[in-house]
Design a protein around this ligand. Structure first.
Ligand code: MG
Length: 399
C-alpha cells in the first residue's frame, strides 16, 4: 500500500517582519507529515487560495513518493504556468514531499540529492548604515561574529537622498535618485574596502534600481574594489544587457531572485553572463527545479547563491541548506539571522556558527513547526509602501 497525501494544511505566521506561508502535508501513514515553504510575502492570500482551493483537491490521494510526477503535473494542471503565485504554492507541496521522503528513508534531504560536498554552508550577512562610517562599523561587527562574506548597503535599497527636487503636485512614494545612488554607493564601497582591507569578501545589491547604462557604469566603477558579487545590477526585463556588462568588466555578477520562468535563467547560464544564480527557491517551484538548475549551472561553472533574507521562511532556509550541502557548484548562502522567537516556532531551524550554516542531521529537512505558537503571530495585510518606488520626477520605478 503506498503512503498517500491525506490532507494539505496552509499555516500562516508573522513572527518577524515577513508574512510566512508554510505548507504541511499530512499522509495516510499515522503521524508522518512534511513541511514546505510557499512564502510570497507580498501576496500571501493569493498563494493560500491556490493551495487550498486548487492544489489540495487535485493532490489528495496521490502517492507521496512520486515527487517528480507531482511537480510536473501540478505545474501544467492549471494550463497557465510559471507565475509567482502558483510556483510558490507548488514549492510548498514539493518541499514537504522531499521532507516526507527523507523521513521515510531515515535520511536528511541532502543524502537523497547525492550526499554532502561540504560540512557547512558558508553564509553572508547584511551590514548597513546611514553613512559610509556606519557601514564600516557594521562590517567590523559582522567580522567579529565570524562572517567572511558581508553585504554592504547604505540608506536602504536605492539609498537616501536629500537633494531630490520633485515636481509640484508629486504624489507620495518611495523616491530615490538613480544616478546619485551610483555616485554615493561607489564612494561607500571604495571607503569600506580601503578601511577593511582586502581579506573580507564584500557584496552589494543594486536591487534592479538602475537604468541599464548606469548599471554598466557602476559595475565598471566598482571593479577595482574586488566585490565577491554585484547583485541584481539589472531588472529581469533588462537581462539582455548583461552582455554589455560582461564585455566591459570582470565584476562578478549574481542574479535571479525575481525569476520564475526557465527562459529567464537559461540564457544567462548558457551565455556565461553571470557568476551566481540566486533564485528564491519557493518562487521557482521548490527543491525539484532548484536541483535541476544547480546541476545545469554546474556544467557552465556558474555557482549557486540561493536567495535567503527574512521572506524566505525558516523551512525555506532548511531547504536551501540541503541544496547547499550537496551542490558541487555551491557558491554562498544569504543568511538573515532569525530572532529567538523564530527558533522557538521552528525547532530545528539551521544554526550559523562562525559564518557557517550547519544541518542537524535529522531525517528530512530537519525542521518542525510549533503551530500553537505560530498562531499567536497572525499575518498583517497592509498596503505595501516600499514597492511604491519613484524616480525624482515621480515616474514609477522597479523596486
Ligand atoms: Mg537581493
Amino acid at each position: 500500500m503506498p503512503v498517500t497525501i491525506k490532507d494539505i494544511k496552509t499555516i500562516l505566521t508573522q513572527p518577524a517582519g515577513s508574512r510566512l506561508i508554510i505548507v504541511k502535508i499530512i499522509t495516510s501513514d499515522d503521524g508522518l507529515y512534511g513541511l514546505g515553504c510557499a512564502t510570497f510575502t507580498q501576496r500571501f492570500e493569493a498563494v493560500v487560495t491556490a493551495i487550498e482551493e486548487h492544489l489540495k483537491p487535485f493532490l489528495i490521494g496521490w502517492d507521496v513518493d512520486r515527487i517528480e510526477e507531482i511537480w510536473q503535473m501540478s505545474s501544467v494542471n492549471s494550463y497557465w504556468r510559471n507565475g509567482p503565485v502558483l510556483n510558490n504554492a507548488i514549492s510548498g507541496v514539493d518541499q514537504a514531499l522531499w521532507d516526507i521522503k527523507g523521513k521515510r528513508a531515515g535520511m536528511p534531504v541532502y543524502q537523497l540529492l547525492g550526499g554532502k560536498c561540504r560540512e557547512g554552508a558558508d553564509t553572508y550577512a547584511h551590514a548597513s548604515g546611514r553613512d559610509k562610517h556606519e557601514v564600516v562599523d557594521s562590517v567590523r561587527r559582522h567580522m567579529e561574529s565570524g562572517y567572511r562574506h558581508i553585504r554592504i548597503q547604505m540608506g536602504g535599497y536605492g539609498g537616501q537622498s536629500d537633494t531630490i527636487q520633485k515636481p509640484e503636485g508629486a504624489p507620495d512614494g518611495a523616491y530615490y535618485h538613480p544616478r546619485e545612488y551610483v555616485r554615493r554607493m561607489t564612494e561607500m564601497i571604495e571607503h569600506v574596502r580601503t578601511e577593511i582591507g582586502p581579506e573580507v569578501e564584500l557584496l552589494h545589491d543594486i536591487h534592479e534600481r538602475l537604468r541599464p547604462i548606469d548599471a554598466i557604469q557602476m559595475a565598471k566603477d566598482v571593479e577595482p574594489f574586488k566585490l565577491f558579487f554585484l547583485e541584481d545590477a539589472l531588472a529581469p526585463e533588462d537581462i539582455a544587457w548583461f552582455n554589455n556588462i560582461r564585455e566591459q568588466c570582470a565584476t562578478p555578477l549574481a542574479m535571479g531572485e525575481l525569476f520564475n520562468h526557465p527562459l529567464e535563467w537559461r540564457p544567462l547560464i548558457e551565455g556565461r553572463l553571470i557568476d551566481f544564480i540566486r533564485m528564491h527557491v519557493s518562487q521557482m517551484g521548490g527543491i525539484t527545479p532548484a536541483r535541476n538548475v544547480a546541476a545545469f549551472a554546474n556544467m557552465y561553472s556558474v555557482r549557486t547563491a540561493w536567495h535567503g533574507p527574512g521572506d524566505t521562511s525558516p523551512v525555506g532556509h532548511a531547504a536551501n541548506l540541503h541544496l547547499d550541502l550537496w551542490a558541487p557548484n555551491f557558491g554562498i548562502q544569504e543568511w538573515c539571522r532569525f530572532n529567538e522567537l523564530c527558533y522557538e516556532i521552528f525547532p530545528g531551524l539551521p544554526e550559523v556558527r562562525n559564518g557557517y550554516m550547519y544541518p542537524n542531521e535529522q531525517p528530512g529537512l530537519g525542521i518542525d513547526i510549533n503551530e500553537e505558537l505560530a498562531a499567536k503571530y497572525p499575518c498583517t495585510n497592509p498596503v505595501i509602501e516600499w514597492t511604491q518606488t519613484r524616480s525624482p520626477d515621480g515616474s514609477p520605478m522597479r523596486p
